[in-house]
Design a protein around this ligand. Structure first.
Ligand code: G6P
Length: 474
């Protein structure tokens, strides 16, 4: 596997390719850059570095040749129907996802899923190794690919390997339930730099590495255990909180079409005094049920209600073949139906529930028109929706209700912070946010905006890649 000149000096490896398929004007299939945090974060870095992105197309059994889209070179990895159900829906999203989100749903531990996870990680590592030039930087993304760093290093010790975990890393008491806990930590220790969202995630990982592998740590520096008479390798594990393309989103929210669309939506909603907004993937970690419970009680209490106040809840479809997600959809739709049944009148629903995904222009219009944004996850690595809301509010209007259990809460300290399990506390925060005066709104919004403007996604990528460079040039 000798590297050649045409190979890339910068390679991103992620479960998904950063594009979605759609039918073009002449009926031919075309690819469009997909919306979503990870893609928004990495596309500009990749385009600037003429890099290659290795990932899955999102459909089972699809064998496509590498192709170029929006200035990125994309290399598809094929997943069979069994891989999708065992590696993606199984180990990634029914074992790791709930375990890493503090067991907000019970994780399932299936040995067959682990085998598939290992095998698919091996395939991603092989594809990345094929693409990477000598001494290239390879940046591996997220919990679906935790074994890739060590698998890749075994084949290509010349590479500089970074790993970023977009989701939380749990405390040892929870993490140690994983039957393959040592293999996963060893997989990650193949990297030169492991990035986490929060300081707590990094220290949870450092502890797991000490407990399970005999590695020693000093601050963020890890020294792996000596092996076969050779001393251990040095690497780092540290927080690098991810962000958004703040300037790009602010610019979008200033476009006349977006401003006009926000006004149109407000009038379609019946020009209510207060519009509350929730925007989430339909995922049990997002605390949608807790939020609806709090909102429903405020309506029962007569504190809020249509037509003066409405809630718009966008719940974009996600992982729909995984049972927990199907159950959640049923529960959410039951409670939305109940609240609407009790509190709506003809033409004035209490909740506008949209189980759909929208283009970013429509999302910007929704953020603009929302007087109060509700972000109430039970656990979330970062939560970019909270940052997107702040980025759109250059008018310094609006109020953000934000769960303490998100990475974003470490940074957006002026939000109305809530413990989403505390329904009374959440109700009080919602009422305070609804009642905030314009001067109170701007007093809170201004420092939050400063934060997302200074710490945007370019800052994040540069900080991570700069730190990777430091580790590997020592
Ligand atoms: C989270 C994860 C990402 C993932 C995204 C969408 O943000 O951290 O890795 O891509 O959810 O989930 P999906 O399963 O549709 O890729």
């Amino acid at each position: 596997m000798a590297p050649t000149a045409e190979r890339a000096t910068f390679v991103v490896v992620a479960n998904r390719l950063p594009v979605d398929r759609y039918a073009g004007a002449d009926g031919r299939e075309e690819w469009r850059t997909s919306p979503g945090g990870l893609v928004a974060a990495l596309e500009p870095v990749l385009v600037a570095n003429s890099g290659t992105w290795v990932g899955w197309s999102g459909a089972p059994d699809e064998k496509c040749e590498p192709f170029d889209a929006d200035g990125m070179h994309l290399v598809p990895v094929t997943l069979s129907t069994d891989d999708v159900s065992d590696y993606y829906e199984g180990f990634s999203n029914a074992t790791l996802w709930p375990l890493y989100h503090d067991v907000t749903a019970p994780p399932a531990f299936e040995r067959r899923w682990w085998e598939a996870y290992h095998e698919v990680n091996r395939r991603f590592a092989a594809a990345a190794g094929e693409e990477a030039a000598e001494d290239a930087v390879v940046w591996v993304q997220d919990y679906q690919l935790q074994l890739v760093p060590a698998l890749l290093r075994a084949e290509r010790p010349d590479l500089r390997i970074g790993f970023f975990n977009h989701i939380p890393f749990p405390g040892y008491e929870l993490y140690s339930r994983l039957p393959w806990r040592t293999q996963v930590v060893e997989g990650l220790l193949g990297a030169d730099l492991i990035g986490f969202q929060r300081r707590d995630d990094a220290s949870n990982f450092l502890r797991a590495a000490r407990m399970l592998t005999g590695a020693t740590t000093r601050g963020s520096v890890i020294e792996t255990a000596p092996e076969n008479g050779r001393s251990g390798r040095r690497l780092r594990a540290a927080p690098f909180p991810i962000s958004i393309d703040t300037a790009g989103l602010e610019q979008l929210s200033r476009q006349p079409e977006v401003v006009a669309r926000a006004a149109e939506l407000r009038s379609e909603l019946g020009n209510p005094g207060t519009i509350l907004l929730g925007v989430d993937r339909l995922d049990y970690t997002k605390g949608i049920l807790h939020r609806l419970r709090a909102y429903g009680e405020l309506l029962d209490d007569g504190e809020l209600g249509p037509p003066g106040t409405v809630l718009v809840q966008v719940a974009s479809p996600s992982r729909e073949r995984v049972e927990e997600y199907q159950n959640l959809r049923d529960e959410v739709e039951l409670i939305v139906g109940r609240i609407n049944g009790d509190h709506s009148s003809v033409g004035n629903p209490a909740i506008h529930y949209l189980h759909q995904s929208f283009p970013k222009e429509e999302m910007a219009a929704l953020y603009l028109l929302a007087d109060v944004m509700l972000v109430t996850p039970l656990r979330d690595g970062m939560n970019l929706v909270a940052k997107e809301y702040v980025a759109c509010h250059h008018d310094l209007r609006g109020a953000l209700v934000l769960s303490e259990f998100t990475g974003a809460a470490d940074e957006l300290r002026q939000a109305y912070l809530v413990n989403p399990y505390d329904i009374d506390g959440t109700k009080e925060a919602i009422l305070a946010a609804v009642g905030a005066s314009p001067s109170e709104q701007s007093r809170r919004m201004r420092p939050m905006r400063r934060r997302v403007i200074e710490s945007d996604v370019h800052h994040w990528a540069n900080a991570f890649l700069g730190a990777l460079d430091m580790v590997t040039s020592n």
